[in-house]
Design a protein around this ligand. Structure first.
Ligand SMILES: NC(=O)c1ccc[n+]([C@@H]2O[C@H](COP(=O)([O-])OP(=O)(O)OC[C@H]3O[C@@H](n4cnc5c(N)ncnc54)[C@H](O)[C@@H]3O)[C@@H](O)[C@H]2O)c1
Length: 336
């Protein structure tokens, strides 16, 4: 598939936090093709999505700095002289945010504040794009969910991501440090964490499919969702980065293809050899923070930045399954 290149990033200095993770590494690959000078910051904490194999093909085109965004001194140094900061480092597991709320707070909120303070002190000319999440809306009052929908997070992660997002807007509004936030919906594709369900349930489904195990769908499977293939999410991040109209804004990402989890599982099953799915009761800890049906209204970003997702769900899933069929050795240990 041809990917759109963005000439405005040519020779620009770009920092990506969470750059060895799923979305960060895909963004880095595209920025490298655009001719940017890229530095990736990632802590590579094993429970999170960082994986060196994600940047295997990029090793001579990026600078890697293995460090933690909670390290204020390191971040103060790293933001200097950068033109753009794509701020993607995050603790992404909703369940982990409930069992270890302080780690989530430190990474998704406190560290975000210190990154912005570092920019205020050392680089007020930088442009930041923050990867926020649709999780902050909680259980929708209406569908599709637009940016005016009330925010009512159902878990600690949602509250901390909301704080992280609003620190960015505050620094834009008060200090003029250009920043915006994209509220990503379920994003999937090559490089996502498939070892377990920490990043997305779709990850563990792909693993179950390729291991010939039944895909486990929680509840009735009737829950509705929208999904973005990672290349489309990367397009949105780059459009938001280069476009002044995005400064101080929040945009939903989303898809016009809305599917039930059962339909999604059926589509995946057709891509496996003799695989199947089964409905299993919701584990109580997951049920307590489930958001029910969700899909986004992404008309604001379409209107203002011209973004629409291009990859169909079937095509995106096909590319994803193909990738893990070839590369599973790098994403899960078959003894686990
Ligand atoms: N994938 C999705 O469906 C989705 C949906 C909504 C929002 N998001 C957001 O997008 C961003 C990227 O998510 P992703 O799906 O690529 O997940 P990911 O886990 O693959 O990427 C996050 C990266 O951040 C790194 N990281 C975590 N804590 C860190 C720290 N303290 N210091 C430095 N690096 C650290 C991890 O090692 C990982 O590589 C996250 O902020 C996430 O909240 C993702």
């Amino acid at each position: 598939m041809t990917q759109r290149l963005f000439p405005s990033y040519q020779s620009k200095r770009v920092l990506i936090t969470g750059g060895i993770g799923f979305i960060g590494s895909n963004l880095a690959r595209r920025l490298a093709d655009c001719g940017a000078q890229i530095t990736l910051v990632d802590s590579l904490i094993p429970q999170y999505g960082g994986n060196f194999f994600n940047i295997e093909d990029l090793r001579d085109r990026v600078t890697v700095n293995v460090c933690d965004v909670r390290d204020r001194y390191a971040m103060s140094y790293l933001v200097q002289d950068q033109d753009y900061l794509f701020n993607l480092a995050g603790q992404t597991s909703h369940i982990d945010s409930m069992t270890d709320p302080y780690a989530d707070l430190e990474i998704n909120a406190t560290a975000q504040l210190s990154i912005l303070e570092a920019c205020k002190t050392a680089n007020q000319g930088i442009k930041l794009v923050f990867a926020s999440t649709r999780q902050i809306y909680g259980r929708p009052d209406y569908l599709p969910v637009d940016e005016r929908h009330p925010v009512r997070p159902v878990d600690v992660n949602g509250i901390n991501k909301l704080a992280g997002e609003w620190y960015h807007l505050l620094y834009n509004n008060v200090y003029g440090i250009r920043a915006c936030a994209l509220r990503l919906t379920n994003t999937y594709g090559p490089g996502m964490r498939v070892k377990d369900a920490r990043q997305t349930f779709l990850g563990i489904w792909v693993r179950q499919l390729l291991e010939g195990k039944p895909i486990k769908v929680f509840g009735t499977g009737e829950q509705l969702r929208d999904f973005n293939y990672v290349d489309d999410a990367v397009d949105a991040l780059l459009m938001a980065g280069e476009n002044a109209a995005a400064d101080g804004k929040i945009y939903n990402l989303g898809s016009a293809e809305i599917v039930s989890l059962k339909n999604l599982a059926e589509t995946l099953v057709r891509m496996g050899d003799g695989s199947r799915y089964e409905l299993v009761p919701f584990p109580p800890d997951r049920k307590a923070i489930d958001i029910g049906d969700y899909y986004s209204d992404f008309s604001l970003i379409s209107r203002e930045l011209g973004w629409t997702p291009k990859t169909t769900l079937v095509e995106g899933l096909r590319l994803t399954v193909e990738y893990y069929r070839e590369n599973h050795d790098y994403y899960w240990d078959t003894t686990t």
